[in-house]
Design a protein around this ligand. Structure first.
Ligand SMILES: [Zn+2]
Length: 125
């Protein structure tokens, strides 16, 4: 599939690339398209390593919770403890995802010889 660049109208292959991007000391993995003609970066997804780990941990806890619950003791201490742990991790994940969203919405990502760089939009805080 091809896409067209908004800036220079060049048509190019829409296979996303991945690279890392550091913003305010946080390292993100960015999934993006880049125009081969003018270098305009189109971010499609951004996530940090913490969120990847949190998502995996939540899934692990959820499958543990399922096992506990099939023992018909849904209100057991174990189930409560696991549910609480999931809630804490989900809250943290939500914060992280909001932060990642900010990276896309609050600035521009450019590709330089040093790799991807984030340029914060001066009008948004
Ligand atoms: Zn272009």
């Amino acid at each position: 599939m091809n896409v067209q660049c908004d800036v220079c109208n060049t048509s190019f292959d829409a296979t996303p690339k991945t690279d890392t991007l550091k913003v305010n000391g946080v390292k993100y993995e960015l999934l993006f398209l880049i125009c081969p003609e003018c270098g305009k970066v189109y971010p499609s997804a951004v996530y940090d390593s913490d969120s990847v780990k949190l998502t995996q941990e939540i899934q692990k806890y959820q499958s543990r919770l399922k096992k506990v619950r099939t023992k018909a003791d849904a209100l057991s201490k174990d189930a409560k403890r696991i549910s609480d742990a999931i809630a804490v991790k989900q809250a943290k994940l939500k914060t992280n995802l909001e932060r990642s969203k900010h990276v896309i919405e609050r600035g521009e990502i450019v590709y330089t010889e040093n790799g991807l760089q984030f340029k914060a939009c001066p009008f948004l805080k």
